[in-house]
Design a protein around this ligand. Structure first.
Ligand code: BGC
Length: 338
């Protein structure tokens, strides 16, 4: 096909997409001198993901001042539907966004989306929900920003080990030398769920801590289901629960409230360091969390996006295998354990 025909076809495709996109609640004029960054989130009310987004918004404002150009950071939510997310991405393509940042609904199914964005020659940055490696390497200009899930789990395990050494008398309530535990798991199929569960237990085993599993269940990262699960466990296991390993802070907070209601004391450990999580650690209600630095993740995302727009991505340091940026994580341990 000659270039002219290709251009005409592409133009027709874009017009068709703009028309299609207008049904998805986004009506925008294309302004030439504006930088346009499109974001699509898997759901609207994920506490940790929202902290990343608010950091992106702050960074976008700072960048606007620096380059004296308007940055349009459009945030759309997919309500847990991959179909809806694909539509949002089509809309960003149609409106000729400069960079698209995706918090995937279904992390195992990114190939079509990647090919679509590539066909429009727009750089793509995934974050927090990591596509499989084959997908990341399918096309040029596809990146991932997140944390090292294994490292995060190890930090949680090390925090448990450190506090067990100090507070064995409080943690091992029945004095049998074994910690009876439950695990609150994130969404099935999420890279963080699988790796956090596996490596926290491995770290505890390596530290020589004897453990006995009472139960595990998934609360999909959320407070309310976690609270309900813990209410059930409190009825079933009562005071036998000594240790609660939660894949994130929101679920840990749900567990803490259910334990309070049931008048059971147990050592609860989270991950993320959301504002509410940090507050619970400060009060000694959560024994420790792992700070996954949402602020730095948001900063990194905006920084990568603007580097891609300015064609300076090759100057960026710390990009592993040319595609991955993983922000460092640190344990945040309570100093108020009673
Ligand atoms: C966070 C969770 C969050 C999930 C969403 C995880 O990395 O720890 O809090 O709900 O990502 O994808």
């Amino acid at each position: 096909m000659d270039t002219m025909k290709k251009k005409l076809l592409w133009g027709a495709f874009v017009i068709a997409l703009v028309i299609a996109a207008s049904g998805y609640g986004i009506h925008e004029e294309i302004k030439e001198d504006e930088l346009k960054i499109g974001v699509s989130l898997y759901i609207e009310d994920d506490a940790f993901v929202n902290s990343i987004v608010s950091s992106m918004q702050t960074q976008a404002m700072l960048y606007e001042q620096k380059v004296d150009k308007k940055v349009m950071l459009n945030i759309a939510c997919a309500d847990g539907s991959q179909r809806q997310q694909n539509k949002q991405i089509e809309k960003y393509i149609a409106l000729q966004y400069d960079v698209i940042c995706v918090n995937l609904v279904d992390r195992t199914n990114a190939a079509t989306l990647i090919d679509q964005v590539k066909a429009a020659d727009i750089p793509l940055i995934f974050f927090n929900r990591e596509p499989v490696k084959e997908d990341i390497f399918r096309q040029e200009d596809v990146y991932y920003v997140g944390t090292d899930s294994k490292e995060t789990a190890k930090k949680q395990g090390q925090a448990v080990a450190e506090l067990y050494e100090k507070y064995a008398d409080i943690m091992d309530k029945n004095k049998d030398g074994v910690l009876q535990y439950v695990i609150l798991e994130g969404e099935m199929g999420h890279q963080d769920t699988e790796l956090r569960c596996e490596y926290v237990l491995q770290t505890l085993a390596e530290a020589g801590i004897a453990l006995e599993k009472l139960d595990t269940d998934t609360a999909d990262w959320l407070y309310t289901p976690a609270e309900a699960i813990m209410e059930e466990w409190a009825r079933e296991f009562g005071n036998d629960i000594e240790l609660v390993l939660s894949n994130n802070d929101e679920m840990a907070l749900g567990a803490i409230d259910a334990l309070k209601q049931a008048n059971i004391s147990a050592a609860v450990f989270g991950i993320d360091a959301t504002p509410a999580g940090k507050e619970a650690v400060r009060k000694g209600e959560m024994w420790a969390t792992v700070d996954c630095d949402a602020e730095q993740q948001g900063k990194t995302l905006l920084d990568m996006a603007t580097a891609l727009i300015e064609n300076k991505i090759t100057e960026k340091e710390g990009i592993k295998e040319g595609r991955y940026i993983r922000v460092p994580v640190t344990a945040l341990i309570s100093e108020n354990i009673k």
